[in-house]
Ligand binder design. Structure first.
Ligand SMILES: Cc1ncc(COP(=O)(O)O)c(C=O)c1O
Length: 315
């Protein structure tokens, strides 16, 4: 869905109009993908708008920045406040939040350290990432011919823009092949993750997901699903998984902030289970959406309410 092109963007402490949220083409990030970023969501709940696990997202952003030796002028608390300010200024009751720290404008060369670390926060309304029907009916996926990065090449635990060159190759190959998503293997041929999602396989009511050593981003939704699954009484195993587990799973689903919990109905044209959303996926979706939509008690303190000024709402 194209941007509406309206609203405010936070740039290094200033709220600027969307149309003026520009950087110079000579900025380091444009040439060398020297950025780390996050994707978080704010949901509309009966108690008002609420960020879901914003603290975990900001922590991962600063972890990513640390890995890439990027020191931003603001600390985590001040940056979190900036996210609040941006959402309030835009008057969106529910939105997707994209904070990004990047190497800006000074000089060009591979060495990023001479360039400033700049920060931006974008927010926009974003529905179901893989289409409105995907959450219910599931998607068709393929195993990508592109693997995830090997250990000690691109750090998978950092959510860096550079990693998404690999994700884009996976995604394009999948779309051009007639699939909605691609699933990447790690350099050892074990299951890793989707182009922008972690993955779970259910077999005999046990949940399996690859470990962080399988070149996956340590997803916050992945952690949420593991916690909620255990609360529902399911066993969860975090372990190396061979590719063929994908085809013999009773249910397979993607998880991520954008994708939320999206069932997979086929992989490489092999039908998964009954070819539709299965009972474990349904139970987990229910628990997840009940939680993020604030209809069950916030047992883990994952929701942070934010007042949306009514003036901004009618903007
Ligand atoms: C490559 C990749 N893996 C996994 C995820 C899921 O992470 P999270 O649940 O924190 O959004 C994402 C989304 O950010 C991603 O881009």
């Amino acid at each position: 869905m194209a941007f509406s092109g309206t609203g405010k963007v936070w740039m290094n402490g200033k709220l600027v109009d969307w149309a003026n949220a520009n950087i110079h083409v000579a900025s380091h990030v444009v040439h060398y993908a020297s950025a780390v970023f996050e994707g978080a969501r704010c949901y509309k709940t009966p108690l008002g708008s609420a960020f879901f696990r914003l603290d975990a997202h900001i922590r991962r952003l600063y972890d990513s920045a640390r890995i890439y030796r990027m020191d931003y002028a603001l600390g985590q608390d001040a940056f979190t406040q900036a996210v609040v300010d941006t959402v309030q200024a835009n008057g969106l009751e529910a939105c997707y939040i994209r904070p990004i720290l990047y190497r800006g404008y000074h000089e060009l060369g591979v060495n990023p350290m001479t360039c400033p670390v700049d920060g931006t926060i974008l927010v926009w309304e974003w529905g179901a990432y893989l289409g409105p029907e995907a959450l219910e009916r599931g998607v068709d996926a393929c195993v990508s011919s592109w693997a995830r990065a090997a250990p000690n090449t691109f750090p998978a635990m950092a959510k860096s823009a550079a990693n998404y060159a690999n994700s884009a190759l996976i995604k394009m190959e999948a779309l051009l092949g007639g699939y909605s998503e691609g699933i990447a293997l790690d350099p050892n041929g074990r299951i890793s993750e989707g182009s922008g999602q972690n993955i779970f396989i259910v077999r005999d009511e046990i949940l399996h997901t690859p470990p962080v050593s399988a070149s996956v981003l340590p997803g916050i939704t992945r952690d949420t699903v593991m916690t909620l699954a255990q609360d529902l009484g399911y066993q969860v195993r975090e372990q190396e998984l061979p590719r063929e587990m994908l085809y013999i799973g009773d249910e397979v689903f993607f998880v991520g902030t954008a994708a939320e919990i999206t069932p997979i109905k086929s992989i490489d044209k092999v039908q998964i289970g009954a070819g539709r959303r299965g009972p474990v996926t349904t139970a987990l979706q229910q628990a997840f959406f009940d939680y993020v939509n604030g209809v069950v008690p916030d047992k883990y303190n994952w929701l942070q309410t934010v007042e949306i000024p009514s003036v901004a709402k009618t903007r």
